[in-house]
Write a protein that binds this ligand. Structure first.
Ligand code: ADP
Ligand code: MG
Length: 322
C-alpha cells in the first residue's frame, strides 16, 4: 500500500502539487486523470523518488521513501513521461542494462529479461535496435523496463500518448495483464483512456485532488442525483400543484413547449427515486405524461466540470447538488 500525505511541490512560487492526500491499495489499476499541467508527472516523479517533495510524505508498506530509497526502488517500477531511450541498443541489450541499473545479479538479469520479453511479446524484436522500433514497440520496451525486478507497483506516466488506436488497444491489454501481478498506476489527460481500464480514478486539477472513486461511483455521485425531466399536458397551475405535492421533490423549473404542453425539470432530494410517484400523481389527476426520464450525464461531463472549474472541495460540490 502506498500512502501519499499532504504532498506539496513548489517550483519557486508556483505550486505544482497542492496538498495531495490519497492511498493506493494492492492489486488494482489506478488512473491518475487530469489536464496537462495538473501535476500528474510531478506527483509520479515524487512517488518514485525521482524528485524531492517540498512538503509531505510518501510511504510504501509503512516505509518512508526518503528513509528507505532502496526498498522503494525494489517495490516500484516506473515508466516516466519521457523515458530515457537508448536508440543504439537492441531491446535485449537495453533491458539487460536497465536490469543492471536496478541492481539485479547477472543471472537474474538474463532470466528476467527473457521472461519479461515473453510476457510483453517482445521476443520477435529482441535483437532489433530501439531506433528502428515503432512508437508502440518502444512503449512496450518502456513497460518491460518498468517490470524488471517484478516490483509490487508499476507506475506509468501517460503510457498511451502518441500511440495510434490499434497500439492503444494493445498497450491496454498489456496493462490489464500486468494488473494480475502488480498494482498499476497510470496517468492520462484523456478520460476515455482511464475510464475503461481503471478500477479507481483520481482526478486532479491545478495540483489538487478534486475527486476520487470508481468510474461507476463518480458517475453516480455527480450525475445520478435525480434530475427528472417530464412532459405533461394540462394547465400550468395544475401541473405546479401536482409537482408540489409529490414527496421528495426538492424543486423544479417549468418550460412551456406548446399550448397546454409543459416540460418540467424536477430535482429530487438526494437518494430519492421519484419517478413512480410522479407518474401516479399525474395519472391520478387525469394528466397524461408524455415523457418521463432521469437525465444522466456522462463521466466526461464530470471530468470537464471538475477540471475546468479547477479545484474546490469535493464535498461542497455534492452539497450543491444534494
Ligand atoms: P502534468 O504531468 O499533469 O501535465 P506536471 O506535473 O508536468 O503536470 O506539471 C505541473 C505544473 O508544474 C505545471 O504548471 C508545470 O508547468 C510545472 N512544472 C513542472 N515541472 C517544472 C519544473 N521543472 N520547473 C518549473 N515548473 C515546472
Ligand atoms: Mg505529465
Amino acid at each position: 500500500m502506498i500512502v501519499v500525505k499532504n504532498l506539496v511541490k513548489k517550483y519557486g512560487s508556483h505550486i505544482a502539487v497542492d496538498n495531495l492526500n490519497f492511498s493506493i491499495d494492492k492489486g488494482r489499476i489506478y488512473g491518475f486523470l487530469g489536464p496537462n499541467g495538473a501535476g500528474k508527472s510531478t506527483t509520479m516523479n515524487i512517488m518514485t523518488g525521482y524528485l524531492a517533495a517540498t512538503e509531505g510524505e510518501v510511504t510504501i508498506n509503512g516505509f518512508d521513501i526518503l528513509k528507505n530509497p532502496e526498498a522503494f526502488k525494489k517495490s516500484v517500477g516506473y515508466l516516466p513521461e519521457m523515458p530515457p531511450v537508448y536508440m543504439d541498443m537492441t531491446v535485449r541489450e537495453y533491458l539487460n542494462f536497465a536490469a543492471e541499473l536496478k541492481g539485479l545479479s547477472k543471472e537474474e538479469r538474463k532470466i528476467q529479461t527473457e521472461v519479461i520479453m515473453g510476457r510483453i511479446k517482445l521476443n520477435q524484436t529482441a535483437d532489433r535496435l530501439i531506433a528502428n522500433l515503432s512508437k508502440g514497440y518502444r512503449q512496450r520496451v518502456g513497460l518491460a523496463q518498468a517490470m524488471l525486478g517484478f516490483p509490487e507497483t508499476i507506475i506509468l506516466d501517460e503510457p498511451m500518448v502518441g500511440l495510434d488506436p490499434q497500439q492503444i488497444i494493445e498497450i491496454r491489454q498489456l496493462i490489464r495483464s500486468l494488473a494480475k501481478n502488480h498494482t498499476v498506476i497510470l496517468s492520462s489527460h484523456i478520460l476515455a483512456e482511464v475510464q475503461e481500464l481503471c478500477d479507481y480514478i483520481l482526478i486532479i486539477a491545478k495540483g489538487k485532488l478534486v475527486a476520487q472513486d470508481t468510474p461507476e461511483n463518480l458517475e453516480r455521485l455527480f450525475l445520478g442525483t435525480g434530475l427528472i425531466k417530464l412532459e405533461a399536458r394540462g394547465s400550468v397551475e395544475k401541473i405546479k400543484e401536482i409537482l408540489s405535492r409529490v414527496r421528495f421533490v426538492k424543486d423544479y423549473t417549468l418550460t412551456k413547449k406548446d399550448e397546454q404542453l409543459y416540460q418540467a425539470a424536477v430535482t429530487a432530494q438526494k437518494g430519492a427515486d421519484i419517478r413512480e410517484a410522479l407518474f401516479f400523481a399525474f395519472a391520478g389527476e387525469g394528466y397524461p405524461l408524455l415523457s418521463l426520464y432521469e437525465e444522466k450525464g456522462t463521466l466526461e461531463d464530470v471530468y470537464l466540470k471538475l477540471t475546468q472549474e479547477g479545484g474546490g472541495a469535493i464535498e461542497s460540490r455534492i452539497q450543491k447538488r444534494a
